[in-house]
Design a protein around this ligand. Structure first.
Ligand code: NAD
Ligand code: LMR
Length: 331
């Protein structure tokens, strides 16, 4: 068995962490033979709740979990971590857009960037889940200059899973038969869920477009459903998505850690190099392949006029968020 790795989960007493910690501890993210030290960060008023979560982790009797460290001290939480799930942040309520959380949440990611910079391993892989996830990831990376910018990513995997599932339900095929759906841009209502390059493997491989045979649905209802799914869950549950968010966070980090399957790409928010005409230096969701914990943006996919407009709109929103976030951090 390899040596244990240290993994930090922030917001560890919250909703998403409650599902995520089990997935990680069960070996679904870092592999079934990778022992773990779980470092759990939350704020001081949540320490009693966090201790209850720790009791439950022990009661799950998970053989890979070698140590659990609950703490409210970032210096303890981030010490020598190799993987970080930055979940801890305020969730939105009904009627809000995710960017309305920016002024409340972005300073958390500034402080945690500074703590990662000081205490984490320089090879740490950082996944930002707390909203607005793309811009929080950008700020976190900016305040952790000794860690490569490529090691920071923002979660759009939940949007990808939602999109894949909408297509699978429509075609009445198992969800894993739908591959290569893309989420472009921001984890917000301007994101572009794009099925044009997706394939369906069911009795042979066909494009999702030809299987669905309804381009109007793919450019209207499908896009809207995925863009507004988070709000629909909040309206129904009166709380934001948690089980599905945890599953997506596990999928995202597993693909970083273990690589993407051959012939498949996944979507994640990564630092933009301007590919596909996206603005540079924002965290933009692109299709990527991953090997040896390094992602590469999939190049040269054709972009039609509809896609161009969608990419431009979400890119513009990310530039606006960046400007607002930098102003908040400088105050
Ligand atoms: P929650 O309120 O249930 O839990 C958040 C936890 O974070 C709380 O326990 C809180 O005390 C803690 N916290 C607050 N500030 C902290 C800090 N500075 N350090 C450590 N912990 C801190 O919320 P949740 O449902 O778990 O959601 C967490 C975040 O994830 C929200 O911002 C939500 O909008 C976001 N989210 C993102 C996605 C995505 O797809 N990117 C999906 C779902 C939710
Ligand atoms: C989601 O997509 O479900 C989360 O980002 C929560 C939200 O605010 O929509």
């Amino acid at each position: 068995m390899p040596e244990p790795i240290r993994v930090v989960i922030t917001g560890a007493a919250g909703q998403i962490a409650y599902s995520l910690i089990y997935l990680i501890g069960n070996g679904d993210v870092f592999g079934k033979d990778q022992p773990l030290i779980l470092s759990l960060l939350d704020i001081p008023p949540m320490m009693d709740v966090l201790n209850g979560v720790v009791m439950e982790i022990y009661d799950c009797a998970l053989p890979l979990v070698r140590e659990v460290i609950p703490t409210a001290d970032p210096a303890v939480a981030f010490k020598d971590v190799e993987a970080a799930f930055l979940v801890g942040a305020m969730p939105r309520k009904q009627g809000m857009e995710r960017k309305d959380l920016l002024s409340a949440n972005v300073k958390i990611f500034k402080a945690q960037g500074e703590a990662l910079d000081k205490f984490a391993k320089k090879t740490v892989q950082v996944l930002v889940v707390g909203n607005p996830a793309n811009t929080n990831a950008l700020i976190c990376s900016k305040y952790a200059p000794s860690i490569p910018r490529e090691n920071f990513s923002a979660m759009t995997r939940l949007d990808q899973n939602r999109a894949q599932s909408q297509i699978a339900v429509r075609l009445n095929v198992p969800v894993d038969k739908v591959k290569n759906v893309i989420i472009w841009g921001n984890h917000s209502s301007t994101q572009f869920p794009d099925a044009r390059h997706a394939i369906v493997e069911s009795g042979g491989t066909v494009s999702a477009e030809s299987a669905i045979k309804d381009n109007t649905w793919l450019t209207t209802e499908f896009v809207k459903t995925v863009q507004t799914r988070g709000a629909a869950v909040i309206a129904a549950r009166k709380m934001s998505s948690a089980m599905s968010a945890a599953k997506a966070a596990g999928d995202h980090m597993r693909d970083i850690w273990l690589g993407t399957p051959s012939g498949q790409h996944v979507s994640m928010g990564v630092i933009s190099d301007g590919s596909y005409g996206a603005p540079k230096d924002v965290i933009f969701s692109f299709p990527v392949t991953i090997q040896n914990r390094k992602w590469t943006i999939v190049k040269d996919l054709p972009i039609n006029d509809f896609a161009r407009n969608m990419l431009d709109a979400t890119g513009k929103e990310l530039e606006e968020e960046r400007q607002e976030a930098l102003a908040v951090c400088e105050n």
